[in-house]
Design a protein around this ligand. Structure first.
Ligand SMILES: Nc1ncnc2c1ncn2[C@@H]1O[C@H](COP(=O)(O)OP(=O)(O)O)[C@@H](O)[C@H]1O
Ligand SMILES: [Mg+2]
Length: 276
């Protein structure tokens, strides 16, 4: 069902962006896919404090990368730099071959721990706010409706954000990000405020949306088990540098109790504690 929905939603979106003639045949499902990211020699300082010191990392298009590290190690700073929201003192970030600041716009979207919905706007209008400025006003609500379907909230567009649960509000925030079909999604502890059970449900949910849409995902989390459950790769930042960069070669969906899962989790936790 999701496939069909995206097939119908994607074709008009592309027509709007490119200005090309209307398509008579819907595009085959899935999404925009992801974009490659390359970070070289990235250095960020606040005053005398060097937060990131010569970070080199590259992400494949469509890769799911988790960034972990102790509080204050620079995870959020790295995401803000990635989205061009801050300037580095040194180094370079390229997103799909373009320097990060110019890559903003519709290529990349950010999801925060709090959903940051406007309480005086209904759910559908909150989602529509994520639409590209190049999309004509009358197309924004239909696109927002498609994005709500993608996150399983097709029938909640007329509600106020205040009546939704925490997990549902975070799904609305996800829909607002997806409405522009980003090629890169940066998520800063997006599930951190949710209770344990909702959190695990949302992880499965996020994994399905990522698989379906194909964007490159960069997820900051303090929860190593969440990183192992979701990521293709886990990057640990410590002392301003990449202290560990491990692949997670487990089949999806992942089984938390398995020995392989536990071994990777243990490896990352050992390095986290070694840095203390
Ligand atoms: N705008 C800022 N001005 C000064 N210091 C900052 C600013 N933003 C972050 N920092 C500092 O940079 C370090 C890294 O912060 P942050 O990236 O938020 O860490 P994390 O997300 O890993 O917890 C912290 O020591 C924090 O206090
Ligand atoms: Mg942070």
């Amino acid at each position: 069902m999701l496939e069909a929905l995206t097939a119908t939603s994607l074709a008009p979106l592309q027509r709007d962006r490119t200005g090309a003639a209307a398509r008579t045949v819907a595009e085959p499902s899935v999404a925009t896919g992801g974009t490659a990211v390359s970070i070289t020699g990235l250095t960020k300082r606040y005053g005398d404090k060097t937060v990131l010191s010569g970070i080199d990392l590259s992400f494949r298009a469509g890769e799911f990368v988790a960034i972990v590290g102790r509080s204050g190690c620079g995870k959020s700073t790295l995401l803000r730099l990635l989205l061009g929201l801050e300037k580095p003192e040194g180094g370079e970030i390229r997103i799909g071959g373009q320097p990060a600041p110019r890559a903003g716009g519709d290529v990349a979207r950010f999801i925060f721990q709090e959903p940051r919905l406007l309480p005086w706007q209904r759910v559908l209008d909150n989602v529509a706010l994520g639409a590209s400025r190049t999309v004509p006003a009358d197309r924004r609500r239909p696109l927002a409706q498609e994005a709500l379907k993608e996150v399983g909230l097709a029938d909640r567009g007329g509600e106020w954000p205040s009546v939704l649960s925490g997990g549902q509000r975070q799904r609305v925030a996800l829909a607002r990000a997806l409405v522009s079909h980003p090629k890169l999604l940066a998520l800063d502890e997006p599930l951190g405020a949710l209770d344990a059970l909702t959190r695990i449900e949302m992880q499965g949910f996020l994994e399905r949306v990522w698989k379906h849409q194909g964007f490159t995902a960069v997820l900051v989390t303090h929860d190593v088990s969440e990183a192992v459950a979701l990521a293709d790769r886990i990057v640990l930042i410590d002392g301003g540098r990449v202290a560990l960069d491990v692949a997670v070669p487990l089949a999806r969906p992942r089984v938390r109790g398995s020995a392989e899962f536990g071994a990777i989790e243990g490896q990352v936790l050992d390095r986290l504690f070694a840095g203390r």
